[in-house]
Design a protein around this ligand. Structure first.
Ligand code: PLP
Ligand code: COI
Length: 339
């Protein structure tokens, strides 16, 4: 293994030693197999390639201060993948098999878990794809479930620093009654044009509004949106928003801190009333939002004073990280830990 510069990792792909694979054939799941190959050999008419019959997940393993390995809420990723699989008519190996494979793949690649204190983590990427051949639009009869890992640094290069976000009224990542509520590749294909346009203008992320009326806030890039207003934690409830495990956790932590939690439709017109805004997700952790730029209306909404994240956003970030790293108690039993 090459010496890795743990403190300067980006959110990219680095090869680790092993991936785990499990096949669904003849109506049943086979035993998982350990692989070292990074490539797949699949049928050219596989449904994942043509009809987007696929789902992926993203979760992280951390090296704790006490040396233990901690994985944050893997059961929730398993349940979400089960929901994604059900919607796009794929077989799913089950929550228990998912959890066992997550633990096994992390143990196999243990030397790639970044040391405590580096700010980096081992990203775990479960992937479920239709591998059976179809030419008509039908579900496959064969599937592959695999998990690989890769050590990562921050998703937005500066980590916990406020980012600028561009409002996008010209593209939707998901239709009102479409697939935004599940984690399938098509949603990310639909986001690429929008993201490239924003990047070209110097914005690391876009703010999506609801696809039907462009009146409500939906999501922020590949992360959920939240706002702080006085003593309230406010986050959009929408069928086209992915139910983020990070956001679910922040709602609980916000309530623990005595904040009122509002999960509801959030009007774009409310933006000027918010004290703090942020994006949250496994990759994004909490990324504070400094400015939201609406080019159509030629208005910039500012949320970071002196380029700094707001106080409540900062407290939430530290509380979440402290649980993930074993620095503070985990009162809700979120972390799967082992040595
Ligand atoms: N929204 C989208 C579109 C995402 O891709 C992600 C990442 O998984 C999230 C939100 C955040 O979800 P989670 O906190 O479960 O990682
Ligand atoms: C995550 O937060 O894990 C994501 O899936 C976001 C992105 C890398 C797709």
């Amino acid at each position: 293994m090459e010496k890795l510069d743990w403190g300067n990792l980006s959110f990219g792909y680095l090869k680790t030693d092993y991936n785990l694979r499990c096949r669904y054939r003849d109506g049943k799941w086979e035993e998982p197999e350990v692989h070292t190959d990074e490539y797949l050999n699949i049928h050219m008419a596989a449904t994942s390639l043509h009809y987007g019959q696929e789902s992926f997940e993203g979760l992280k393993a951390f090296r704790g201060r006490d040396g233990d390995i901690r994985i944050f809420r893997p059961d929730e990723n398993a349940k979400r993948m089960a929901a994604s699989a059900a919607y796009v008519k794929m077989a799913f190996p089950g929550v228990d098999a998912f959890l066992k494979m997550v633990e096994q793949v992390v143990r196999l690649n243990e030397k790639y878990i970044p040391p405590y204190g580096t700010g980096a983590s081992l990203y775990i990427r479960p992937l479920l794809i239709g591998t059976g051949a179809q030419v008509g639009v039908h579900p496959a009869s064969e599937y592959l479930f695999l998990i690989f890992t890769t050590p990562v640094g921050p998703y937005y290069k500066d980590g916990f620093k406020p980012i600028d976000v561009l409002v996008d009224r010209d593209h939707d990542r998901a239709a009102p009654l479409g697939t935004g509520h599940i984690k399938v590749g098509g949603n990310y294909a639909a986001s690429l044009e929008s993201q490239e346009l924003a990047h070209a203008k110097g914005y690391p992320a876009v703010l999506y509004l609801d696809a039907k009326e462009k009146r409500y806030i939906d999501e922020c890039g590949a992360a959920n949106f939240f706002a702080i207003k006085g003593n309230r934690y406010i986050t959009p409830a929408s069928h086209s928003v992915l139910p983020s495990i990070t956001n679910m956790s922040l709602k609980t932590l916000a309530a623990d801190m005595g904040l009122e939690v509002e999960s509801r439709k959030v009007e774009f017109a409310e933006l000027p009333t918010f004290d703090e805004c942020g994006a949250c997700g496994t990759a994004a952790v909490i990324t504070p939002i400094g400015r939201i730029v609406d080019e159509t209306e030629n208005i910039t909404y500012e949320f970071a004073k002196d380029g700094k994240a707001g106080e409540i956003t900062t407290r939430l970030y530290h509380r979440l990280r402290a649980i993930q790293l074993g620095e503070e108690p985990d009162p809700h039993g979120w972390v799967m830990s082992f040595r």
